[in-house]
Design a protein around this ligand. Structure first.
Ligand code: C2O
Length: 576
């Protein structure tokens, strides 16, 4: 009898394991979405304009899935612009055709056409977002992309009572395509935005905007998970809620060692999850939440402040009276150019590096790269009066190469073996010319205009140092890498010192992310393993800098094994 019970215990366990495997398989599902790209009249700040939207929504619809799920999103273009959509932060393992940057992984979806973005979310969970990846259309074409843990997998922190996506954006009273086209023609800086927005709403600090205010209604004594996304075009942002501290638990969809802060800094392209604990008893109280830029460049920028309201529930009877009587508390934010706050905030970010969520930092490096990032100039066309520095045109570059967008997609050119005339595979390992990058800039600020790729064999372990330059002014640049997460192993101010700085690298629990701010007048060192075959864009997520050429692409070759090769393109891949 006893031995029978023992046997049945074992077989029960085997049965249980088998069933949970089956259940997990059954849990990973395919989720279908239809994105109709269409025009819609939207009014903000008393200006009505026709904007490009997905399904008439601004901001766009939320996409939600669990880790392991397949997403099948059919995008149909009903507007006159060419469109592509990028799933920012999703690694797209072997599915680069679904990544989205125009003329990098695909030709754009033309008017009247559709394309199905089809990919599986492997080993990732957290806050992402989707956005248009062509010209400046992401100004209005963006929305949250939330990947929840696999069913029944808890967060490595307290279970939140509620989860709220909070998306920052930028509102322009005039057409953003006209703004960037005009700027590219004249060579001058583009017009800045008229407002920042929280979930599409500018809030009460702007004229004619009080009714367009984001309100977060909360219950006392609860924990809320706020999922912040910076979808703004050109501005890093500080954010704070009056009288509340924020516990940072996740950055760019990677769990971090929790820490408390009054203010977060979030660059375009970054996401940050925080826990907000509401106070035990505050019926009817209201607190302002606000965001305004962290700006380091010498150009003009939108220095306004977006605000929303955190409002505690109150018993119905008192609500009207008490809400009016209680003062509205206001947060204080760092100064607009507070680089020391930026540095101390980013230094607090550490990977969780737990057994369940390890930090797999590459310990050995196969290839070292050193890239400069910054601004520069292009000559003015003959018979034109340009509005850039000293009558030139503004440009931006990586290692003085201003990337020229091809007219056909790089990934296709690579896959079909027809790269001739499309790109050259010789992006430099180091800049051609050494100068004191953060000192007095050189007299010649002209860039080279080329389409160069850096080629990496499969599984290359890469270390890349990105150095800001002072050409036309030092400036923080949020660099975003497609196809990978990377570890931020070091950062500092001044010129990178290849002898001494590596001694201080953190190879234990560095933050893992997909977008990192290259410090203004400083450098950052990242490491990643090139284990994803394809063509992967890397660019400044300040859209104006992308337009000016601060971008390049990595070409990661196929590995030997069948599961190390880029899959063939889908049949409906758009044509140029
Ligand atoms: Cu969110 Cu290449 O961008």
């Amino acid at each position: 009898m006893a031995s029978f019970q023992f046997l049945s215990g074992v077989s029960m366990r085997i049965l249980f394991v088998a069933m949970s495997v089956l259940l997990w398989k059954a849990n990973a599902i395919t989720r279908h979405y239809q994105f109709n790209v269409e025009m819609k009249n939207v009014t903000r700040l008393c200006h009505t304009k026709s904007i490009v939207t997905v399904n008439g929504q601004f901001p766009g619809p939320r996409v939600i899935a669990n880790e392991g799920d397949r997403l099948v999103i059919r995008v149909t273009n009903h507007v006159s612009h060419n469109i592509t959509i990028h799933w920012h932060g999703i690694r797209q393992l072997r599915s680069g055709w679904a990544d989205g940057p125009a003329y990098v992984t695909q030709c754009p979806i033309q008017t009247g056409q559709s394309y199905v973005y089809n990919y599986t979310v492997v080993g990732q969970r957290g806050t992402f977002f989707w956005h248009a990846h062509i010209s400046w259309l992401r100004a209005t074409l963006y929305g949250p992309l939330i990947i929840l843990p696999k069913n029944n997998t808890p967060y490595p922190f307290e279970k939140p009572y509620k989860e709220v996506p909070i998306v920052f954006g930028e509102w322009f009273n005039t057409d953003t395509e006209a703004i960037i086209n005009q700027a590219m023609k004249t060579g001058g800086g583009p017009n800045v935005s008229d407002a920042y927005t929280i979930n599409g709403l500018p809030g009460p600090l702007y004229n004619c905007s009080a009714k367009d205010t984001f309100k977060l209604k909360v219950k006392p004594g609860k924990t809320y998970l706020l999922r912040f996304i910076n979808a703004a075009l050109n501005d890093e942002l500080f954010f704070s809620i009056a009288n509340h501290s924020l516990r940072v638990v996740d950055a760019d969809a990677i769990y971090v060692k929790p820490f408390d802060t009054e203010t977060i800094l979030i660059t375009p392209g970054q996401t940050t999850n925080v826990l907000l604990k509401t106070k035990p008893n505050f019926p009817g109280a209201t607190f302002l939440m606000a965001a305004r830029p962290y700006a380091t460049g010498s150009g003009t920028f939108d220095n306004t402040t977006v605000a929303g309201i955190l409002e505690y529930e109150s018993p119905a009877l008192h609500s009207v009276i008490s809400a009016k009587k209680l003062p509205l508390h206001k947060p204080s934010l760092p100064a607009l150019n507070d680089t020391s706050f930026a540095a101390s905030f980013t230094n607090k970010l550490r990977s969780l590096a737990s057994p369940q969520f390890p930090a797999n930092v590459p310990q050995n490096v196969d290839k070292h790269f050193f890239f400069t990032v910054g601004l520069g100039t292009n000559p003015c066309d003959q018979n034109q009066a340009c509005q850039g520095p000293n009558g030139t045109k503004f440009a931006a570059s990586i290692s003085n190469i201003s990337f020229v967008q091809p007219t056909t997609a790089l990934l296709q050119a690579h896959f079909t073996g027809k790269s001739g005339g499309v790109y050259s595979p010789d992006f430099p390992i180091n800049p051609f010319h050494w100068f004191n990058y953060t000192g007095t800039p050189p007299n010649n600020t002209m860039v080279q205009n080329e389409t160069k790729l850096m080629v990496l064999p499969y599984n290359t372990s890469v270390e890349l140092v990105m150095q800001d330059t002072s050409i036309l002014g030092a400036e923080s640049h949020p660099l975003h890498l497609h196809g990978f997460n990377f570890f931020v192993v070091g950062q500092g101010f001044g010129n990178y010192d290849p002898k001494n700085d590596p001694k201080k690298f953190n190879l234990v629990d560095p933050i893992e992310r997909n977008t990192v701010g290259v410090p203004s007048g400083g450098w950052v060192a990242i490491r990643f393993l090139a284990d994803n075959p394809g063509v992967w864009f890397m660019h400044c997520h300040l859209e104006v800098h992308t337009s000016w050429g601060l971008k390049m692409a990595w070409l990661v070759l196929d590995g030997k094994l069948p599961n190390q090769k880029l899959l063939p393109p889908p049949a409906d891949l758009p044509k140029c």
